[in-house]
Design a protein around this ligand. Structure first.
Ligand code: ADP
Ligand code: NI
Length: 230
């Protein structure tokens, strides 16, 4: 006879799934040095749970999607943006997770990625809105700046070239092929995110991080143009 209520049993099995998934993601992303490492996932998870609790979203599904959202990112899998959900499905199969949860979580994962300034990415559930906000928040502020320059360096891109103007990408394909500078990435993605937050908790957090990036860019251009020499 079990001494646990079905609700407690459910909590324990959900915790088991989360723990197993965390270990799996940690191992899989251990050698990443492109800004998509385990620490990115951990920050996104914490932020997603924080927003989910404020917005009344399903915390279990939000956590699972946050954990797996970059498990096989298109940038490192020949542009294949279906790879994340394929790998997540394989993982869930090994855990025998129920089909309805698997489908919901994979739907969330498929709606997280930014696809270009002119491409609308719909987040069709509250949970997808939460994870999308949490992932985008990690592209903003001090951490966002560090990640952008890490990615630009990894791609051997110049961090700035005044001859190159930012592009407002109209399709995911165009965005995928982009070879732009890291400073242009601020105008092509990072500074657009504040206006595209889904949740009020996300918007609030984005505000401060956005302001920090604006200040950073002001200083960057003052130093670039030597207009701070006095
Ligand atoms: P996320 O992991 O948050 O979904 P991405 O996978 O789009 O974000 O990108 C990972 C990190 O690399 C983000 O901080 C993003 O802003 C940055 N990044 C993506 N593309 C570029 C680029 N072309 N130049 C500089 N940084 C980039
Ligand atoms: Ni991410």
């Amino acid at each position: 006879m079990s001494f646990l209520t079905s609700c407690e049993e459910n909590d324990i099995s959900q915790q088991f799934v989360i723990n197993q998934t965390s270990d799996y993601v940690k191992k899989t992303l251990a050698s990443d040095n492109t800004g998509h490492d385990w620490w990115h996932i951990e920050r996104v998870c914490k932020t997603a749970v924080f927003i989910a609790e404020k917005e009344g979203a399903d915390v279990f599904k939000v956590q699972l999607a946050a954990l797996l959202h970059d498990i096989a990112d298109w940038k490192f899998h020949e542009g294949d943006d279906k790879k994340n959900t394929q790998v997540a499905r394989q993982w869930f199969a090994s855990l025998n997770l129920d089909a309805s949860t698997v489908n919901d979580v994979c739907q969330i994962i498929s709606e997280v990625t930014f696809k270009g300034a002119g491409v609308k990415v719909s987040a069709t559930s509250l949970e997808a809105q939460v994870v999308q906000d949490a992932d985008r928040l990690d592209a903003l502020g001090a951490i966002g700046i560090a990640r952008a320059f890490t990615y630009g360096g990894y791609k051997n891109r110049p961090f700035y070239d005044p001859e190159q103007k930012p592009t407002f990408h109209q399709s995911f394909d165009e965005y995928k092929k982009s070879q732009g500078t890291t400073i242009n990435h601020f105008y092509e993605k990072l500074l657009l995110l504040r206006e595209r937050m889904n949740t009020s908790a996300g918007r609030h957090l984005a505000e401060k991080r956005h302001a920090f990036m604006e200040e950073y860019l002001q200083n960057f251009f003052a130093e670039w143009n030597c207009s701070d020499l006095k």
